[in-house]
Write a protein that binds this ligand. Structure first.
Ligand code: BT5
Length: 223
């Protein structure tokens, strides 16, 4: 079903942390995570019924491309109606159905492997405080988690064939953030303006009243 050596767990703290210890070519999947994490150490709700997995890859392309690549693959696997939000979300009608967390493991200055964590709300419960949605809520019925996983792995394989410039072009065309007036909450403060481009490194270019800003990270809301 895939070129990955799949290791399944019923419960782990975080599939990304398990993945860090594994060889490239391994795919870690868990039914439940007790310390699922998002960017900047945020909590990622990971109850039973969701798809929580991490791909361990040896970086054959620039590390920063993996989040873009996997976001496109997840969106393609979920189908029409879903959109990519910069940098690492897949949304359905503005609600988050999937989040991606890529972490590079370095040996000195060289990235030895990249662990790409993918969380998809399939049949799991979600706190009502989150702006989130599950596939079960969207389709009003349970979806087999393994089928969703298989579709993502196929889409990942296809997207992996793209060159860097093709990947960027596709990410630009599918990223729903582009062309919108936004507020990005970044680690160094808020940036307000129009999202005008994505750089080759996956950064968001925002046209503000005081010129262009290039953001490496941030939480975007549409104004
Ligand atoms: C992400 O972070 O969206 C990356 C999520 C990656 C999760 C996967 S699951 C497998 C692997 N193992 C891990 O430990 N992690 C990866 P970020 O953009 O920082 O978004 C985090 C925010 O999303 C939280 O602060 C909440 O507001 C919200 N959130 C938490 N759980 C959620 C869920 N299940 N669905 C949608 N939103 C959620």
């Amino acid at each position: 079903m895939s070129e990955f050596n799949i290791k399944r767990f019923s419960k782990v703290e975080s599939t990304n942390d398990v993945g860090r210890m594994e060889k490239p070519g391994t795919l870690i999947v868990a039914k439940e995570q007790t310390k699922g994490k998002g960017r900047f150490g945020r909590v990622w709700e990971s109850g039973k019924g969701g798809l929580w997995m991490s791909l361990v890859v040896s970086p054959s392309r620039p590390v920063q491309e993996y989040t873009m690549l996997v976001a496109l693959a997840v969106r393609a696997a979920l189908g029409p109606g879903f959109s990519v939000k910069w940098p690492n979300d897949v949304l359905y009608k503005g609600k988050k159905v999937s989040g991606i967390l890529s972490e590079a493991v370095f040996s000195g200055n060289t990235p030895e492997k990249v662990v790409v964590g993918i969380g998809v709300n399939v049949n799991n419960m979600l706190s009502s405080s989150l702006n989130a949605v599950s596939l079960r809520q969207i389709y009003r019925k349970e979806k087999p988690v393994d089928v969703v996983m298989k579709h993502i792995l196929t889409a990942y394989k296809n997207a992996s064939q793209l060159s860097s410039s093709e990947l960027l072009e596709r990410y630009r065309s599918e990223c729903s953030t582009l062309g919108k007036n936004i507020r990005a909450a970044t680690l160094s403060g808020d940036v307000v303006g129009k999202a005008v481009d994505i750089t080759a490194d996956g950064e968001l270019v925002v046209q503000t009243t005081r010129g262009k800003r290039i953001l490496q990270e941030g939480d975007v809301s549409i104004l």
